[in-house]
Design a protein around this ligand. Structure first.
Ligand code: TRP
Ligand code: SF4
Length: 326
């Protein structure tokens, strides 16, 4: 029997290349060896965006276009939307009854976000309960593996605790899911900070080749290299982190000494990078344009995927209600 994998992303709109190499590429690889459920965590985005929900629908569409264009195959896995499978909310309610508030209050992510986010009031019941909803997402499918980044490990630990507590109270229904830690390559944004939509320093999967060229031309290199005659050092060059991903090793092995003895300039070097990056993404970008041209494609896909997910979640909820003697 294949291990069952569940993972979700909050709808963040168009994905950048950091999301791709960090998360999506990994999901795409897993679809062949695991029984996969990948979903849009739209209820989770309400925990922070409740005051203005106007962008969520469009963000879902853009994100799922990226998922599918860049390799998620709805024939191989369930690709769906959390809010279209109401069992997530029913199980969330039940789990909230057995989850001690102290587990949620000591969650490091919770404390950190409360301290750092000033534009929004996050002192809500729902935001405190973020990990309970996430636990429901996962155990609703009896997942055994959950691919997540480092930042989500505390949430996964709470999920395991909640599953254990449920089993202890009502009988062994849920496996305790294990994290599959996603190794993310170092992928800085154009300005050298972490690539992030809010820093306006991202290369998007859906950018055109021209936009990408322009962005890469503006990218920070080795800041000590002011003129072309100055020797540079790829080890401290921001752009070279992308060369490591996109430029073939033989070519990189030529660039490294050429940079160090100043026989290649940054303009030429970044042109090489842009050409390789664009070549690698071109087929996916073309597919994305095709898919985006049919307006109902994503809605239809999410509806179908949600039906597929519901078959499992429905059976598990029947078992849960039975365990509760309801
Ligand atoms: N909390 C996750 C994040 O912010 C998104 C998420 C919601 C999730 N439910 C999940 C991830 C279940 C894995 C499994 O990235
Ligand atoms: Fe970076 Fe290339 Fe310029 Fe060297 S030549 S500093 S590796 S962009």
């Amino acid at each position: 029997m294949k291990q069952r994998v569940v993972s979700g992303m909050r709808p963040s709109g168009r994905l950048h290349i950091g999301h791709y190499h960090g998360v999506l590429e990994n999901w795409v690889k897993m679809q062949d060896s695991y029984d996969c459920f990948f979903f849009v965590a739209d209820w989770h985005s309400l925990t922070t965006e409740y005051a203005d929900t106007s962008g969520i629908a469009q963000s879902i569409r853009e994100m799922v276009l990226d998922w599918v264009a860049f390799g998620l195959d709805p024939e191989k896995c369930a690709v769906f939307r959390q809010s279209l499978v109401p069992h997530h909310s029913e199980l969330n309610l039940i789990l909230s009854m057995i989850t001690p508030v102290s587990w949620l209050e000591r969650n490091p992510t919770y404390k950190e976000m409360l301290d750092n986010i000033e534009q929004r009031d996050l002192t809500t019941f729902g935001f405190l309960g973020y990990p309970v909803l996430m636990a429901a997402d996962i155990i609703l499918y009896k997942a055994t593996r959950v691919p997540v980044g480092h930042d989500q490990l505390p949430h996964l630990e709470i999920t395991r605790e909640i599953a254990r507590r449920f089993n202890h109270l009502y009988g062994a229904v849920f496996p305790e899911p294990e994290a599959l830690l996603t190794e993310t390559p170092k992928l800085p944004g154009l300005d050298g900070r972490k690539m992030s939509k809010s820093y306006n320093n991202s290369i998007y999967l859906s950018d055109s080749a021209e936009e990408t060229d322009k962005k890469i031309r503006s990218m920070v290199t080795d800041t000590n290299r002011v003129r072309k005659a100055d020797p540079g050092d790829p080890e401290v060059c921001v752009a070279f982190n992308l060369h490591r991903i996109y430029v073939p090793e033989e070519k990189r092995d030529e660039i490294i000494p050429a940079c160090r003895n100043a026989t290649i300039g940054c303009v030429e070097c970044k042109n090489i990078l842009a050409a390789h990056l664009n070549e690698r993404l071109a087929p996916f970008r073309a597919r994305r344009e095709e898919l985006a041209a049919s307006p109902d494609f994503i809605d239809e896909l999410l509806r179908e995927g949600s039906k597929k997910a519901s078959v499992i979640s429905d059976a598990v909820m029947t078992e849960v209600r039975g365990a509760l003697k309801f």
